[in-house]
Each structure stands twice: as C-alpha cells, then as structure tokens.
Design a protein around this ligand. Structure first.
Ligand code: ASP
Length: 616
C-alpha cells in the first residue's frame, strides 16, 4: 500500500507506517505521518515519538536543519504531522528494545504540520488511569491509546475469524432489520415511533431470534450474522443498551452439532489468536443440575475446586435446629457447604464478614466449623454435632485438618446455591485460587425450560419461549411444566456466560402450548408472533442455534474488567452516550410530526421496582 521508495507519485503523507522501519532500512528515505506522541529536547536535538495505528517511530530534528528545527520546536502532543528524512541507526546505547522500530530513527529533512491539537484532556501516550467519564467524552482520543487500539484491532481479528470459519462451513451472512416488531428476550424493548403510523411503534430487536428462525423456514439452512441486540434493561453491572452477538442458526441439526461447531471455533480463537491458556479440551459438559450441585451456579468457574457438598441427610437427624429446620417438611430446602483451607484462624469479625457475603445470596446465616489437627471440630456450633456427625460432615465436604467448613441451610435450595456460590468466588479472589492466564470453558446443558418468577407470581421461560423441550418431557408440559428440561445450552468461561442457545420448537401446536404456559393465549400469540406461527405451518424444518456474545468474549480474552473496554463507543453505566450527548431532547416540530406529546415524570431518576409488602 505504501511506496517504500518515497516516489512522489505515491501517498503524499507517508511512504511507511510508524511501525515498520527496521535496521535493514537504514539509509533509505522515509516519510511518516501520525501524531506527536512525545517531544523531548535533549543535547540540542529534538526527539519526537511519532505514533500512528501501526506503531511508534523516533524522529530526530537537528538544529542544523534550520527552519525545520524551528518548526519542530513548536510541536505539541497530538499534533498531526508528516515528516520526511533518512532512516538512520540510533547511536549505540540509545536503542529501545521495547519498540519494534527501536533500532532506528528518522532524521527529519522536512516537516509538515497537518493539524494542530488542543491540549488533550488526558495524556494519550501514557497508560495512567483516567476518569472514565472523561475517556468516554473524548473517546476518539481514548481510542488513540495503545491498550484501546489493541482491544479494537483484536476484536476485529476475532470477528474476522468467526466470519471465515462459518463461511468455510457453508454459512451465509444475512442482515435482518433493526426496525421491526418486538422479539422478547426477557428485557424491555427500545421503541421507535412510526411517523407514518401515528400512535404506532417499531421495536428495536432484543435479538434477531424470529428472523433467524424464519430464515430456516426460508431454506437457508445455515445463517449467521454479527448482530446488534438492543435491550432496555436497568443498567446493572456490566450491561450495555446495545451489545453484539454472533447470531447463528442451522436447520436439520442437533444440540450436539451446535455445540461441536461452536466449540471448535472457540478453540481456534483462544489458541490461535489469544494469549490465554485453554482449560480442559474437549470442554467439560455439565448439566444444569450438576453445575448447581457442584458449584452453586449455572456459570461455574472451573479453574479451581472448592466444590459444594450436600449434608442435607446428616441435617435431617441433627440436633442443630438451623440444619434440621431447613430440610424438614420436604419443601425443597437443603444444607450444603464448602471446605476451605489456608485461612489460618479467622477472627469473629472475619467470620461475620463472610456471613455478609453469603447474605448477598439470601442466606440468613453462615455456620462455620474448623477442623482441628485431630479431626475434631471447633466453632460456636460445634457442640451440636456428635463425633460421628462431625466425621460425616467432614467426609461430605472432603475437609482436611486445618480447613474451615462453611454451611448454608435454607428452605430454598436456590438461596443455598447462590450464597455458597458467592462465598466460593470470594475465596477464589482472596486466596488467588484461579490461574488468571487460564480460560476454562465448559458447556452447561439441560436447563429447565421454565422458571418461577417469584416477584410476579408466574411461569417464565428460562431462555426464551422458542426453545424445544426434551422429547421425553413433552408430556410434562401439561402436568408439571416446571419439571420440563429444555434442549438448552450455555457456553461458560471462568464464571462468565459467553453464549446461550437452544434447539427450537418448529411445530405450531407445540409453540402455542409453550406460549399458553407462559400466559400468552392464542389470540395474543397470533397478534405478536403471527408470522412465525404461520411460517411453521409451511413445513418448517427442525432447527436450532446459538448466539455467543462478542463483547464478553473479547473482554475475557483481553483481561478487561468490563465490556466498555472492548467497544469502540460504549454508553456509560447510566446508558448515556457522553460524547454525542445522547439521549437528548428533540424539537417541538419533530414531536409534532410524530404526534407525540411529552408528559414529564413527576419524580426524576430510573424507575424503582415495587417494594415488597413487609411481613407482619
Ligand atoms: N436469541 C438468543 C439470545 O439472544 C440466543 C439464541 O437462542 O440463539 O440470547
């Protein structure tokens, strides 16, 4: 692309990039363009680190160069320049082994200032922490920084690899509309008023789910898309209003095929493009039940042990009321624990802090017991357990002398799991149990098709309502829907969910049944999902797919703490675009055209969930 010979017919700004000159080029003429990264004035000479997308090259200005030198004296950080000169070997002792171009410099013969720069609001050339709001407001400067540039370029490579991989396997990339009708994925829709249809709205897609299934009815067999998914959720933690997923779908396929396809792709990406060490291969497969019982989570981090042990049977006959109470009555409660070594002796306050962590998962208390050198137990509640029971507790958790055992007892299994999951992850970080270089991928399968939404008192799909039940469970749809297992799968890495997918329902009668279980009657189904239900009546093939999230994958591969670091233009945690200042008001004329009148809320701020009535 660039003319190495500096031919005047070539690019007027550069003959080389700032990342490519090497010792072999010494003696050649080169023209470089980019930003002034740093200027140092030294022993009468001026040194510029000139930065472009490909790297940094040192440029020197000699006072003998007269006017050029005087122009260089004016240069400030982030000015855009083009310099031309001879490539020279750096004087001995001045090489920079950290830079690929570190053996050479360009001795400037001419300098063109292409554009000056205001003093940047933060130093672009240093990797010092900068306030994130400022970074987002001046994202175009933030993106000039090395770490961000590498993240974005890395992201491009991963996405390109996905495209090539799928293309080689017969997949077709097809775009689906942004302005469309709602496809529910469990979040709120972003709505767009339709000017031509007063009072009516398009919904931005929460995913291309219905379209990809319709593309299967249309016979494309293998579809993918690097798709944007828009979900208007309250901004908890690491959510963004828009995220990108590798959306894919196949016809005449099975769960096994989808898993193998994605697994091979991820092995290639991790081993071929990243510096991460891949964990077990093939990826371990755990059923949802197994993941919960062993790790207390359907997103298990497999890089370390601390697996849960179930002591419900021991609890059933225990004198200790907290234990017995949780499992009595057979209402689905349990008592489970983890054994943790290397903690020494914990103070009362430290144990209380652990109880606070467990309480975030709902636990109303944490039982701690320490195993002595002789195997005996100590702790506030040790007196409730006979020697035999103590032995059984130890055996159930695999506790060694010197270990602590922590137990959570609750009438709800989900509380026990979530509380112990939080403790397990706390100890992972506190005791540095997980290798930060490792990426331990696994599949979690056999999720329940539905879950019970306690707050709203109704059944909800665990993933979405287009998921096929396991064949052997179809009968249970009528009798006990919460027991039905779906053909549903998640890909998980180091405790983070990277992908979700399922085999889909392709028969209209079954689809209608699932709709009615989640409270959508035939009329509403026809209104909301009419196209899909009708399409299913035209010989819809069996099909299934998955949608790996791209932002999260890049985040874990690049060791970034959140997905904003791997998106070029993310929103803030409050869902604002600081740089473009969006959302913002529109003119009365625009509202008029849309037939919209604004009624301002009386109270500002995000909507609060309704408070639960206090127990009296
Ligand atoms: N549409 C789903 C999602 O976005 C993924 C899938 O089922 O393929 O989470």
């Amino acid at each position: 692309m660039y003319r190495k010979d500096g031919n005047p017919d070539g690019n007027p700004y550069r003959t080389h990039t700032a990342g490519e000159l090497r010792a072999e080029d010494v003696g050649e003429r080169a023209r470089l363009a980019g930003w002034v990264s740093r200027r140092r004035d030294h022993g009468g000479l001026i040194f510029i680190d000139l930065r472009d997308r490909w790297g940094v090259t040192q440029v020197t200005f000699d006072p003998d160069s007269g006017e050029v030198f005087r122009a260089a004296e004016q240069l400030r950080p982030e000015w855009s320049i083009s310099v031309e000169g001879e490539v020279a070997r750096r004087p001995e002792g001045n090489e920079n082994p950290e830079l690929p171009t570190g053996e050479v410099e360009v001795v400037a013969g001419s300098l063109r200032v292409l554009n000056e720069s205001l003093t940047p609001p933060f130093e672009v050339d240093r990797e010092r922490p900068v306030d994130e709001l400022l970074r987002l407001k001046y994202r175009y400067l933030d993106l000039r920084r090395g770490r961000m540039r590498e993240n974005i370029v890395f992201r491009h490579r991963v996405v390109k690899h996905m495209r090539d991989y799928l293309d080689a396997r017969g997949f077709v990339e097809i775009e689906t509309p942004l302005l469309t009708a709602s496809t529910p994925e469990g979040a709120r829709d972003y709505l767009v008023p339709a000017r031509l249809y007063p009072g009516q709205f398009y919904a931005l897609p929460q995913s291309p789910q219905q379209f990809k299934q319709l593309l299967m009815v249309a016979g494309f067999e293998r579809y993918f898309q690097i798709a944007r998914a828009l979900r208007d959720e309250d901004q908890r933690g690491d959510r963004q209003p828009e995220h990108t997923q590798l959306d894919l779908e196949m016809s005449y396929t099975t769960q096994e095929e989808v898993l193998n396809l994605v697994e091979d792709l991820y092995v290639e990406i991790v081993e071929g493009l990243s510096e991460k060490k891949l964990g077990a291969k093939p990826f371990p497969r755990l059923t949802y039940r197994e993941a919960m019982e062993r790790f207390g989570s359907d997103k298990p981090d497999l890089r370390f042990g601390l697996e849960l042990g179930d002591v419900s049977e021991i609890a059933r006959t225990s004198e200790f009321k907290v234990f017995r109470g949780a499992v009595e009555g057979g209402a689905g409660g349990s008592v489970r624990g983890i054994a943790v070594g290397g903690l020494g002796d914990l103070s009362r306050r430290e144990v209380d802090e652990l109880a606070t962590i467990a309480s975030l998962g709902g636990a109303r208390g944490l039982v701690d017991l320490k195993v002595g050198k002789d195997g005996g137990l100590s702790g506030r509640t040790a007196k409730f357990f006979s020697g035999e029971e103590g032995e059984a507790l130890r055996a159930a958790l695999g506790a060694e002398p010197g270990d602590y055992m922590f137990f959570v007892a609750d009438a709800k299994d989900a509380v026990v799991f979530e509380s112990l999951n939080r403790l397990r992850l706390h100890f992972r970080d506190r005791l540095e149990l997980a290798d930060p270089e490792e990426l331990a991928l696994c599949w979690v399968t056999d999720f329940p098709l539905f879950e019970w939404n306690e707050d709203e008192g109704r059944i909800e799909p665990m993933h979405h309502m287009f998921t096929m039940p396991r064949e052997e469970d179809v009968e249970l749809l009528d009798s006990d829907p919460l027991k039905v297992i779906g053909q549903l799968y998640d890909l998980v890495a180091n405790g983070v969910e990277l992908a979700s997918g399922s085999v889909r329902i392709h028969r209209p009668d079954l689809q209608q049944k699932v709709f009615s279980i989640v409270g959508i009657d035939a009329e509403e189904a026809e209104r909301r999902f009419g196209a899909m239900l009708t399409a299913f009546r035209y010989g819809a093939p069996p099909h299934g797919g998955i949608a790996p999230g791209i932002d999260r994958l890049i985040m874990v591969l690049r060791d970034e703490p959140n997905i904003r670091e791997v998106m070029a233009f993310p929103k803030t945690q409050n869902a604002r675009d600081e740089m473009m200042d969006a959302p913002g008001p529109v003119t009365p004329e625009q509202l008029e055209e849309l037939h919209i009148a604004i009624r301002m809320p009386t109270r500002r701020g995000p909507e609060q969930p309704p408070r639960e009535a206090p127990n009296v």
